[in-house]
Design a binder for this molecule. Sequence first.
Ligand SMILES: Nc1ncnc2c1ncn2[C@@H]1O[C@H](COP(=O)(O)OP(=O)(O)OP(=O)(O)O)[C@@H](O)[C@H]1O
Length: 258
Amino acid sequence: MFKTLDVDHINVIFNGERILKDLSFSVHKGEMLGVIGPNGAGKSTLLKVILGLITPQEGKVSIQSTNKKPVIGYVPQSRLIDADMPIRAWDFVSLGLPNMIRPWLTRRERNKVSKMMEETDTIHLAMKPIGKLSGGEKQRVYLAQALARDPDVLLLDESTSNLDPDAQEAMTSLVHHLCESRNIGIIFISHDLHLVKKYAHRILHMTRGQYIIGKTEEIMKDEKELSLCLHPPYSDESITSVDQQINQEINDERIRTY
Ligand SMILES: Nc1ncnc2c1ncn2[C@@H]1O[C@H](COP(=O)(O)OP(=O)(O)OP(=O)(O)O)[C@@H](O)[C@H]1O
């Protein structure tokens, strides 16, 4: 059973530039931490450090769990999957099972795959080729695959951002439900403040080298300011003369074409 994930004084430097600076926080069981911040703030880097894909120059990540080897599930924003890939959604989910050294599945493992697909409402897609599923269907299948490992911690990197608003809401609500029913820890990166506000228990707001972490209502107190900081308004002054020239050429082309 999962207890806590501790991120302890993490420092990451890329090409002499400090991307993560002395970042520390914890995620507890049954908690969903929303991570927000502008492009380049280091959000994905943080997830890669937790996954062990990037070794920080300083600091460490530890997971307290009754499992001898704590498991991390990961759902990316998207995956390159060939539309003609001859693999069914059911088999794709089974690839998430731990210790798959046999070429066959035991009855227990088969039941597990079916259960994960039922929980993520994808069982009706089980026999369809993965490449033929819609974006929203694929994301739910990726989630089922990540859950098949019985993760202590689940990491989602903008994993709903390609979906329409209803599908985003449905998937985030499902993840929120799984977090509480399985008592796992979830970290989800999102640029959608509405979703973060509704589903995160706490929020980590990252900017380059500066972090604020707190309860959702606390961080969202200045929602308008936060929104401006994450999505700066479009301004005519930011258009350079080169941009203007390109826009003019595009308009001229349109006039010529139509
Ligand atoms: N492997 C790497 N080598 C060098 N620089 C990197 C590497 N990975 C990321 N960076 C740089 O680190 C910074 C943070 O990148 P990161 O992907 O973590 O940002 P992010 O907050 O997830 O941004 P976004 O919201 O755009 O996804 C960026 O400037 C990026 O170019």
